[in-house]
Design a protein around this ligand. Structure first.
Ligand code: AMP
Ligand code: MG
Length: 404
């Protein structure tokens, strides 16, 4: 049997491990296949072709307020109202010295005018408008081409599309959009104790939930989940299913990566000539997390306890999936919030503990019985991310927070 090549022996810190994932996947990924989809299907997909402005934005100087288009040099003063422009109306008037044109937000500013005075800052009497205060040239006017010039780059390939990106593509007339094919992600749960969701388990059995959480996480990260049957803790079946999984773009295994006698995942992977970049990370939950490559496919061996599987996916596997899907910048959104109560830990590990961020922006760890406590994760809307070097946090102190 071929031995797995373990490149790094010691447990890595969280940031070191994350850097290894990013470097390895960035270093060897290829550009994914491109497909054309309709704009309404684009949410969550990764843009494959840069988008250019089809004309100047705005295409004509545009009023940012309801009010009067004026010449700044005339102010303060009383002006003659010579016309009106509404949004969506072609302009058919000009502003000469001493004149004003009534204008609505979004309407094109007529020639001759160089500013818009807000309606609230005027007094209208018949065909005259009095403007008591001076105004800077250009006030309340968005000049032609200020947001984008025709032909300029407005959206780079490799961005994951959300509502703002979709609005931008709609504004430049892209009813269809080129996106990268979703990466196919194989999910392989291992463990003799596991039964499927529709089976009533015996007292010594549990239902497989990791394949379900992982499939949901994969889909949320822009991948296509390929759920394989559960592998028993037996070498030959595990190898057969790993072989199937390695045909996908990424393989996620759960369970079987601890030091137990029946933790066979690394041995099974070794028979495929796997290169293992790390197999321990100083985090909790999720210490025995494996990352490597076999037959040109990256894999993660995620520890089987449900919260460990979930956290290791979010902080490591998700980045690999996003990069494989053509995304330029995988984002790990860890921000800071103030603790509602004091928090103590044994130093040494970066902890990702289920937590609640309240409406006032304060964060509290949710009580849990450990990394098997799925219900505690459902009570959390975030993870509290601790500094491995710090033993004590006082109430009100800042601590890392990652959205769930
Ligand atoms: P392992 O990492 O294989 O030692 O698994 C640790 C523990 O995680 C097991 O004892 C199970 O309680 C739990 N576990 C493992 N795999 C799954 C799974 N697919 N779904 C739910 N729980 C699991
Ligand atoms: Mg197991």
């Amino acid at each position: 049997m071929a031995a797995a090549t373990l490149c790094i022996v010691d447990a890595l810190s969280f940031l070191e491990a994350r850097r290894v994932v990013l470097e390895q996947v960035r270093g060897s990924r290829t550009v994914p296949t491109v497909e054309i989809i309709r704009l309404e299907e684009a949410a969550g997909r990764v843009l494959a072709e840069a988008a250019m402005a089809d004309r100047d934005y705005p295409p004509a100087p545009r009023s940012m307020r309801d009010g009067f288009a004026v010449r700044a040099a005339d102010l303060p003063g009383t002006l003659t109202i010579v016309g009106e422009v509404r949004a969506g109306q072609a302009v058919d008037c000009r502003v000469e010295p001493g004149e004003a044109v009534e204008i609505m937000t979004g309407a094109s500013v007529p020639d001759g005018a160089d500013a818009v005075v807000m309606i609230e800052h005027t007094q209208v009497a018949g065909t005259r408008v009095d403007v008591p205060k001076a105004l800077e040239m250009g006030a309340n006017v968005n000049p032609r081409g200020r947001d984008a010039l025709a032909g300029s780059l407005i959206l780079d390939a490799g961005c994951r599309m959300g509502y703002a990106e979709i609005a931008l593509l709609a504004s430049i007339g892209q009813a269809e959009v080129a996106v990268y094919r979703r990466p196919r992600v194989a999910i392989l749960a291992t463990g003799d104790e596991l039964v499927e969701v529709d089976v009533v388990p015996e007292p010594h059995q549990i239902r497989n939930s990791n394949s379900w959480s992982l499939a949901a996480q994969v889909m949320r990260a822009g991948g296509e989940a390929v759920v394989l049957p559960v592998a028993a803790d037996e070498l030959e079946t595990t190898k057969e299913l790993i072989a199937e999984g390695l045909d996908c773009d990424l393989l996620l295994l759960s369970g079987g990566v601890s030091a137990g006698k029946y933790d066979l995942v690394e041995t099974a992977l070794a028979s495929f000539g796997a290169e293992i970049y790390f197999d321990r990370v100083r985090i909790q939950p999720g210490q025995p997390c494996v990352f490597g490559q076999a037959k040109g496919t990256f894999f993660f061996g995620l520890p089987g306890n449900p919260a460990s599987t979930m956290v290791c996916f979010e902080v490591f596997a998700r980045a690999a999936l996003e990069l494989l899907g053509g995304q330029t910048e995988p984002l790990l959104a860890i921000t800071q919030a103030q603790l509602k109560a004091a928090f103590r830990q044994k130093p040494g590990l970066t902890r990702f503990l289920p937590a609640r961020l309240d409406a006032a922006g304060l964060v509290t760890a949710v009580g849990w019985s450990g990394s098997g406590d799925i219900a505690a994760v459902t009570r959390a809307n975030a993870y509290l991310v601790s500094d491995p070097e710090k033993e004590e946090y006082a109430a009100g102190e800042w601590i890392g927070v990652m959205a769930r």
